[in-house]
Design a protein around this ligand. Structure first.
Ligand SMILES: [Cu+2]
Length: 477
């Protein structure tokens, strides 16, 4: 009865009329099982065994929520709750999420499906779920206070609507959003087309992940929720490199990757070795005339982007956010640039006082990846990840698209490192070197020091004369 009462008061008068019949059916049946997931692995795509068929997506370091069919309605059960998420091996976050994980499970339905989602609130405060990008009755849009009462602690609310347009969507709370999204509450939603769609191609592999960000002090477990800009954990599906699984594909597969951004800044997502088309946005599939080949696409805050390419080049291709600070793990941002600074004298003085003192950065920051500095417990190294040729010196929003000709269809297992054919890897030159072409400047290789200004310079600022002559061109405005 609780469900029924909450549903009716929450949904408002208009949708209550639509939902009355559904609610009585709901009241007869027990809640669908709340399926939980505690492992951060990439789970195999969930091939639909009931409902209409579709080609399932694969959620990077995530999973798809199973459903049950109830008189033609697809029923899901989301549980909003505190979770422990492994962000990378050896680094855990105390987050909030759904069904044991942050982000929550991906929800996959087919265009035209009637969907009923039970949302149980096990958080310490009220919540709601907004179905980002969907066409639905206003009372199902999930903005607490505006479209419904917030779901109180311990209660279950029901959302019900028809998935009207195919595409890529997200879900997240619209109640104390700042806290709940900073804590990791979000998930993906895919509506597959009901029939062959002129703008939606069939693909061999269809990956999805969310861009999210946290501010977790080294050694701490809980994100700081008041942070607006200076995040230190830049993650995909609440994982950071080297904890993000590779996107494994078979050579000549047609690949789709769907990316949603629920951080507070934009992320230019960059793929190596291939060109892709942006085939879909928040609004659905893009018209074919607007598509152009890209190697980087910016995913702005609150946006979804869907890219497609033919994976016809074998190898381990880097795939990452192009903001270089976003491919780093936690670091102190107030570290000064020390390149070229000679520390020998000062280090000697400091080690008299602090024997363990270590200076960083006078040759660049690559030392960070090579040195095994003692870190506080539960801290991801800033630059890390061991590749076949040494440290990859990355963190954060970085993974790889691994293209293999012998990868079996439907096999997503990591094939290990790419074995380069002989003679196709950059190598050291040990022969005689030709003189490099170099701009012959007066100061040689380095910039000549100049004392500027040599003498005092007077600057005159002249205001343009309105309606008069332009001093530079003599033209009348
Ligand atoms: Cu970024």
């Amino acid at each position: 009865m609780n469900n029924r009462r909450n549903f009716l008061t929450g949904a408002g008068a208009i949708t209550a009329v639509v939902a009355t019949a559904a609610v009585s059916r709901v009241a007869m049946a027990a809640l669908p099982e709340a399926v939980m997931q505690t492992k951060p692995d990439t789970m195999a795509p969930l091939v639909p065994s009931t409902g209409r068929p579709y080609n399932p997506v694969i959620t990077l370091n995530g999973w798809t929520l199973p459903w049950r069919m109830n008189a033609g309605v697809k029923e899901f059960h989301l549980v909003a709750e505190p979770v422990v998420r492994e962000l990378a091996p050896g680094f855990k976050g105390h987050l909030w999420g759904y069904n044991g994980q942050s982000p929550g499970p991906t929800i996959e339905v087919v265009e035209g499906d009637r969907v009923r989602i039970f949302v149980t609130n096990k958080l310490p405060e009220h919540t709601s779920v907004h179905w980002h990008g969907q066409r639905l009755p206003n009372g199902m849009d999930g903005v607490s206070g505006l479209n419904q009462k917030a779901i109180p602690v311990g209660k279950t609310y029901v959302y019900e609507f028809v998935a009207r347009r195919p595409g890529t969507f997200m879900y997240h709370p619209h109640a104390d959003e700042m806290t709940q999204m900073a804590m990791g509450m979000m998930g993906f939603w895919i509506t597959h087309p009901k029939a062959k769609h002129p703008l939606i191609d069939e693909v061999d592999r269809d990956f999805v992940f969310l861009l999210n960000a946290y501010d977790i002090d080294p050694g701490a477990y809980t994100p700081k929720i008041m942070t607006m800009l200076d995040f230190n954990i830049w993650s995909w599906n609440s994982r950071v490199f080297p904890g993000i699984d590779p996107l494994v594909v078979r050579k000549n597969d047609k690949v789709r990757i769907r990316i949603g951004n629920l951080t507070m800044t934009n992320h230019p997502i960059h793929l190596h070795g291939h060109e892709f088309l942006v085939t879909g946005t928040d609004g659905g599939p893009t018209p074919k005339t607007t598509r152009q080949y890209e190697v980087t696409t910016d995913v702005a805050v609150g946006q979804m982007r869907q890219i497609e390419f033919l994976a016809d080049e074998e190898g381990d291709w880097a795939f990452h956010c192009h903001k270089s600070h976003h491919t780093m793990n936690a670091m102190g941002h107030d570290v000064p640039t020390l390149i070229g600074v000679d520390h020998r004298k000062i280090v000697k003085d400091i080690t008299n006082v602090i024997p363990d003192y270590m200076v960083m950065g006078e040759r660049g920051m690559a030392d960070m990846a090579e040195m095994d500095m003692p870190l506080p417990d539960n801290t991801a190294k800033m630059m890390t990840g061991e590749g076949p040729f040494g440290s990859v010196e990355m963190g954060g929003m970085f993974s790889m698209v691994k293209v293999r000709k012998d990868q079996k269809p439907g096999d997503y297992k990591d094939p290990g490192w790419y074995k380069h054919p002989a003679g196709t890897v950059a190598y050291e030159w040990t022969g005689a070197l030709p003189d490099p072409a170099r701009f012959a400047s007066e100061g040689g290789q380095s910039m000549k020091a100049q004392n500027m200004p040599a003498k005092e310079i007077e600057v005159q600022v002249r205001k343009p004369v309105r309606g008069g002559k332009d001093a530079h061109s003599g033209m009348k405005h």
